[in-house]
Each structure stands twice: as structure tokens, then as C-alpha cells.
Design a protein. Structure first.
Length: 257
């Protein structure tokens, strides 16, 4: 490749590099960013001279910059702005991970400290026009029926009567062969009243019309309306951000619950 073509490509690469830094944390990358900008500006100002000198000065400064970057990384000072515990654990691509977290939230007796807040507000999204006391709540994951296995089953008592919530969670796959039909047949008589939910990223309707479509945007809305504390607050903030980045694609800004 000719020298002028190499210079052009290097210049384009540096410009892309500089634009990248505009998005980074200035406190963590400020010194490196300043050096990079000075290098780019010097190159633009003395381009003809550098070309005549076969870019030896420019190449030395690039080498110095590269060394600075390596030292910054080695010292643990080069960090991303974004940290999400669910992504760190590699759980974002597994449907089961989301079902596990939802089942945990739907159980009033778990350590999230929310009581029945999430369960109550999730039920409210179904527009049932009735209220519950949520006594003796039991939450099940992948409870086997005669011909089907729903992702989440929640049973409870309210004023002496029994109720059940059946949730089929579909994120990275389509509805299986007559899946909702089989679930309705297997679980429709589980309690006095049984509510069926088909949970998907966009709130899509399943084959069986007895299932209420619910979207993950609705789940996010519920979560953002809760008032968790301590570690649960941090975890749920990470969960909301994970849903927005990986499921609903609503963006990646960090928000507090």
C-alpha cells in the first residue's frame, strides 16, 4: 500500500477513535482523550511535513499513545460506563433466567422485600376488575401438567376461594405445537378462577384466545413503579436495564427505580 493511502486510513481511524471517546466517561479517559486529540490536531496541522518525513514523528507518538493505553488497561483504570450484573453472569440469552427472576418477584415471601407488590400489579395489568388479598401464595416453576409445562404457575387464596395464574414466557422462541391449547386444557380447572398469560417482548397473541397477551414493556412499567430497598433496589435496576437493552430494545440509559 502506498504511503499516502496508509496515512489516509490512519487519519480516518483516528477520527473514528476520537468520536468513540466522546461517548466515554471523561474522568476515566480524559488524559488519553487529550493526548489523542492533540495527536490528531498536530497531524492535521503538519500533515505535509509528516508525509515528507515518512511519518516517523507521527509513528513514535502513536507508539507512545499505544503504550499509555496498555498501561491504563493494566492498572484497571480503563472501564466501561455500563455495568449490569445479569449481563456479567451471562444470563441475558436464556429464557429460563427471566422466568426465574419473574417467579422470584411473584412470590411475596421471597427476600426482595416487596411483599405482594409485584404480584398485585402484574394481576392489575390483566384488567380483571377485582381485588385480592393474596393469602397462602405458592409459586411454581415449570409445573408439569398431563400434556404441558407452563413456565410459571402462581396459586393463592383470597377470602376462602382459590385462584391461579398461568404464565407462558416466550422471548427467544415461538409458541410450541398447540402449546397454549394444551396448557389451557391441563390447567383451566386448577382453581375456582384461572388466569392465563402469554408474556412476550411485544405482547403478541397466542393460539389460545383464553391467554391474555402481556408485553415486557408492561413488566418494565410495573418494576419502575415499585419501591424496593437495599440490594433488591440495585438488582431490580439492573433487571430493568437488562430488559431494555436485550428484550424491548428501548435504550441503554441507566435509570433508578
Amino acid at each position: 500500500m502506498r504511503e499516502t493511502e496508509s496515512i489516509k486510513k490512519l487519519e480516518e481511524g483516528l477520527e473514528r477513535f476520537r468520536r468513540f471517546f466522546e461517548k466515554e466517561d471523561k474522568e476515566k479517559t480524559g488524559d488519553f482523550k487529550i493526548k489523542l486529540e492533540k495527536l490528531v490536531n498536530d497531524y492535521a496541522e503538519h500533515k505535509e511535513l509528516l508525509e515528507k518525513e515518512k511519518n516517523q514523528l507521527f509513528k513514535r507518538r502513536i507508539e507512545t499513545l499505544r503504550s499509555d493505553l496498555e498501561n491504563t488497561i493494566a492498572n484497571g483504570k480503563w472501564t466501561k460506563n455500563f455495568f449490569n450484573i445479569i449481563e456479567v453472569l451471562g444470563l441475558t440469552k436464556w429464557e429460563e433466567s427471566y422466568s426465574n427472576i419473574l417467579a422470584w418477584l411473584l412470590n411475596p415471601y421471597e427476600g426482595h422485600g416487596l411483599g405482594d407488590q409485584f404480584l398485585r400489579r402484574f394481576i392489575e395489568e390483566l384488567n380483571l376488575k377485582k381485588s385480592f388479598r393474596f393469602e397462602f401464595v405458592q409459586t411454581h416453576r415449570e409445573l408439569s401438567g398431563p400434556t404441558s409445562i407452563p413456565d410459571i404457575v402462581v396459586d393463592w387464596k383470597s377470602q376462602g376461594e382459590s385462584f391461579s395464574l398461568i404464565i407462558e414466557n416466550k422471548i427467544f422462541s415461538q409458541e410450541g405445537d398447540k402449546q397454549t391449547q394444551r396448557q389451557y386444557r391441563d390447567f383451566s380447572k386448577r382453581a375456582k378462577e384461572v388466569y392465563f398469560v402469554f408474556l412476550t417482548p411485544g405482547g403478541y397473541s397466542p393460539l389460545n384466545e383464553n391467554f391474555k397477551p402481556v408485553s415486557y414493556s408492561q413488566v418494565i412499567k410495573i418494576l419502575k413503579g415499585l419501591e424496593p430497598k437495599g440490594h433488591a433496589k440495585i438488582f431490580l435496576e439492573h433487571f430493568v436495564e437488562c430488559l431494555k437493552r436485550n428484550i424491548t430494545r428501548e435504550g441503554n440509559e441507566n435509570e433508578e427505580i
